[in-house]
Ligand binder design. Structure first.
Ligand code: ZN
Length: 447
């Protein structure tokens, strides 16, 4: 039972809406059992909840928790491998590291580093690409449960092209996936996602096995499973997929014809889609994870955001660690903005409110969690980050001179980093070690 007093910025409406930024410069959020039960002024909050602890966050900004819709658990230590296109980077950087997770003790170290990376960057919800090894996926879920983060993840499956030690046959992956889903799906804040690595490394038989797991209703499962994979990232990859699936109409069809493109599907990248694929993704209600630092680092291309939005596709942000350059979703927002600027007239001029939306509410919509998280309205979970710029730093300087809330937010996206995120809560539970000092019980009736 806590009252958080803060300057609150969030985007509860639709992406791209004028005046989409909601700002409250002295707001009181009353949080009971992890849920925001009132959003009001401090005098009202104190009067109605005189026994609640009060936490004063006015020294910084309170934002919804960041949502990362595409990030790889086994690639933390592969971060920073610059200078290669996708397929070379996978072979030389990502896959050798992913193979090390066969050692469960190693996987546990990596899981801790991974979850620490999310937490310290202010990410409270993520769609996580798991490991090729079932035991490593168990380890990720175990550690995620400890942190309290909202994690959707699953066993990554492949049966061709990758190095031998990462391959499994379709029947074995189906059985391993079933067991993992039974253990973890719907347990607390955890959910299971069926995760073929990409069509390039999965035969039609493997995709059929993925579809069988995705569609089957298992006794004891809390709700339906999720699906995630990669699509249309790199021109060489797309050409090879076309050769491997000569009877498919395109990359999307390799998944769609198995019924894997649905409102519970997140497709990562989609840098080079066909127009009819965008129409089909929108019609299916699936979402696309846009990963701008990864697309830049691997030279994959400039994301066609306007074409996605015009087609009605739900887009959100992904860090794509380790091809992306870190866990910070603020940075992904800035890079998404850069990318649209570089597209010239074909790009979309993104405002600061759009960047916050892409980093928070868009992700909640993509992940089917918009009734619970993504903004700080009454009735939502208290998933929030407190941004408090370092004393004497440039961010602090420019925020002091911001014209208004939109300008404040633009400055935050331009200059903000993980180090500026002081505290992180999920469902009202503080998951960082920097609990802000409580100012004590408010005197009854005090204004
Ligand atoms: Zn990826």
């Amino acid at each position: 039972m806590t009252i958080y007093r803060a300057t609150v910025l969030d985007t509860p409406g639709e992406l791209g809406r004028p005046h989409g930024l909601r700002t409250d410069s002295d707001c009181a959020l009353v949080v009971h059992d992890g849920t925001i039960t009132a959003r009001t002024d401090i005098a009202t909050a104190r009067r109605e909840h005189p026994a609640d602890e009060e936490i004063d966050l006015r020294e910084g900004l309170l934002l919804p928790g960041m949502i990362d819709t595409h990030v790889h658990f086994p690639q933390v230590r592969a971060l920073g491998g610059l200078g290669m296109p996708l397929l070379e980077w996978l072979r030389l950087r990502a896959l050798p590291e992913e193979a090390r997770l066969v050692d469960t003790a190693y996987a546990r170290e990596v899981a801790k580093e991974f979850l620490g990376g999310l937490t310290t960057s202010g990410t409270t919800t993520a769609m996580v690409f798991g490991s090729h090894f079932p035991q490593a996926v168990d380890v990720l879920f175990e550690e995620a449960e400890q942190t309290g983060l909202r994690i959707t993840s699953g066993l990554v499956v492949s049966d061709r092209i990758l190095r031998e030690d990462l391959l499994l046959d379709p029947a074995a992956t189906l059985e391993a996936g079933r067991q993992l889903a039974r253990r973890w799906h719907g347990r607390g804040r955890l959910r299971y996602a069926v995760t073929p690595r990409f069509s390039l490394s999965t035969t039609d038989e493997m995709l059929a096995a993925a579809a069988e797991l995705f569609h089957e209703q298992q006794a004891g499962l809390a709700g339906e499973l999720w699906f995630t994979s990669h699509i249309n990232e790199n021109v060489d990859e797309i050409a090879q997929v076309r050769e491997l699936f000569p009877d498919a109409t395109g990359y999307l069809d390799t998944y769609a014809r198995h019924g894997l493109v649905s409102p519970r599907s997140i497709l990562a990248h989609n840098v080079h889609p066909q127009p009819e694929e965008l129409t089909a993704i929108a019609a299916a209600g699936a979402a696309v994870a846009h990963c701008p630092t990864s697309n830049s680092a691997l030279g994959s291309g400039l994301f066609p955001l306007r074409e996605h939005l015009d087609a009605g596709v739900q887009v959100a942000l992904g860090s794509d660690v380790g091809a992306g350059t870190g866990f910070g979703i603020l940075k992904e927002g800035l890079q998404a903005y850069f990318m649209q600027q570089l597209r010239g007239p074909a790009g979309i001029q993104l405002g600061a409110a759009d960047l916050l939306h892409l980093a928070t509410r868009s992700g909640a919509l993509a992940l089917g969690l918009a009734d619970e998280v993504g903004d700080l309205s009454t009735g939502k979970q208290f998933d929030a980050i407190w941004v408090r710029p370092r004393s004497g730093g440039t961010l602090q300087t420019v925020l002091r001179h911001a014209d208004d809330a939109e300008d404040t937010l633009a400055k935050l996206f331009a200059l903000g980093a993980s180090a500026d995120i002081e505290s992180v809560w999920v469902g009202g539970q503080e998951i960082t070690h920097h609990r802000p000092t409580a100012v004590g019980l408010a005197p009854e009736g005090a204004a």
